[in-house]
Ligand binder design. Structure first.
Ligand SMILES: [Zn+2]
Length: 71
């Protein structure tokens, strides 16, 4: 008899609709783990290039704060 990969309890292939998990709860737990692994994938490094407006120079003390938080 196979075992639930989450809680290692015995799983009946015939009577358990959530095979290979012993229960729907364990199935969700395993799904959550998969999602967490997906989130941990590093993002693709993005070039810090700004297209257009090449002639525009940034004036010091202009008063703009792009990193400022709104609200
Ligand atoms: Zn389980």
């Amino acid at each position: 008899m196979p075992q639930c990969p989450v809680c290692n309890s015995a799983v009946s292939l015939e009577t358990t609709p959530t095979v290979p998990f012993c229960s729907d709860r364990c199935r969700l737990i395993d799904l959550g783990r998969w999602l967490e692994e997906g989130y941990s994938v590093p993002h693709v490094a993005r070039d810090d290039d700004e297209e257009g407006e090449e002639g525009l120079v940034e004036l010091p003390g202009f008063g703009f704060d792009e990193d400022g938080d709104e609200g």
